[in-house]
Design a protein around this ligand. Structure first.
Ligand SMILES: *Cc1c(COP(=O)(O)O)cnc(C)c1O
Ligand code: SF4
Length: 336
């Protein structure tokens, strides 16, 4: 008997949307009616290892004709990035020194952070990992084996943090491979996922992802990384509602960014909008001082003033902790 041809498996829709992301700065500017900005595009960023990448759904949330749009500023590689500024380094937070194995970073007690993958749906210009040698360093490489062995051998690890890159850029089947192996480790108590995908590409939160989350034996926290209230829309709300319905706890972590969210009004709106979508504010990070990101920096003094004003405006639980990552510290350092 001749077997029937296998049904052609359709790739999930989010992967198609991922592939259709805008990658040409000139196309992005013309979508937004900002062709005049073309002379300010960074030559090195446009051609280098960290080029423009932004999903079209995220572009649709930008204001047409506004060169200062807070979403646009997060993704557009401008020539500001090419300035050499003393104090801004390639490995700003000491990741290279904290590596304990393939794609595993252990800096803090009890927590193992996995560089699950190097890929992201969006390239954020302020990203502190933009210079990290991802391709050789991901935990998914080689079928997770080395990573799982390392966690299994260290009973002090009770929380695994999936980070990256963006861990949800991996296929759900790949994530399921990892969690199936981790489920056999008795000392693991919690799983955390740091991801920008539910916000920048909400289609990622599809039936397959939700089904996988429901199989997990640990409480799961999803930390979304939204920096501005305008990043939320109906599709993001729906994606976050599905994550909550699957039993996950949602937190939001933001980076304080000059020209994006460095005003009390912007930060109030971010906390309120995130909470309305189901995510409690967690951290407000001072920028990591990485090459190419100096133009986003807010001084510590200004950050403190903003944070004090924020605390005077909001319910206590809507005020994120203002922190900076300092290499060698036992945890994120509060800015007091
Ligand atoms: C930030 C970070 C964590 C998580 O720290 P929390 O304060 O628990 O959010 C864990 N490991 C590494 C390497 C980190 O950089
Ligand atoms: S999604 Fe996260 S890891 Fe990826 S570029 Fe943006 S900030 Fe960096």
């Amino acid at each position: 008997m001749i077997p029937a041809a296998p049904l052609q498996m359709q790739p999930p829709r989010w992967q198609q949307l991922w592939r259709e992301a805008v990658r040409d700065p000139c196309e992005l500017l013309s979508l937004l009616g900002l062709e005049a900005l073309a002379t300010r595009i960074s030559g090195t960023a446009a051609n280098g290892s960290f080029p423009l990448r932004v999903p079209r759904g995220f572009v649709a949330r930008m204001r047409h004709g506004d060169p200062n749009d807070p979403l646009l500023r997060q993704v557009l590689p401008l020539d500001d990035e090419d300035r050499i500024v003393p104090g801004f380094d390639l490995d700003a937070v000491g990741d290279a020194a904290a590596r304990t194995g393939h794609g595993v970073i252990q800096k803090y007690r009890g927590r193992a952070l996995l560089i699950a993958t190097g890929s992201c749906a969006v390239h954020c210009r302020y990203c502190f990992r933009r210079h990290f040698p991802y391709s050789e360093e991901t935990a998914a490489a080689g079928g997770w084996g080395e990573t799982v062995a390392l966690i299994a051998a260290d009973a002090s690890i009770d929380e695994v943090i999936l980070s990256g890159g963006d861990p949800l850029s991996l296929a759900t089947s790949k994530l399921a491979e990892l969690t199936a192996a981790l489920a056999a480790i008795p000392h693991l108590q919690r799983l955390r996922i740091h991801t920008r995908l539910p916000v920048v590409l909400p289609e990622r939160v599809d039936d397959g992802l939700i089904a996988w989350l429901r199989t997990l034996p640990w409480p799961v926290t999803v930390v979304i990384h939204a920096n501005h209230a305008n990043e939320f829309d109906d599709d993001v709300d729906a994606a976050l509602a599905r994550l909550r319905a699957a039993g996950t706890t949602l937190l939001n972590q933001a980076v304080l960014l000059r020209g994006v969210n460095d005003s009390v009004d912007a930060l109030v709106a971010l906390s309120e909008r995130g909470f309305a979508a189901g995510a409690l504010p967690y951290y407000l990070h001072q920028l990591d001082r990485v090459v190419g990101a100096a133009h986003f920096e807010v001084s510590d003094d200004d950050a403190r003033v903003l944070h004090t004003a924020l605390a005077a405006r909001l319910s206590g639980y809507l005020v994120p902790r203002l922190v900076r990552e300092v290499a060698g510290d036992p945890g994120k350092r509060p800015l007091l």
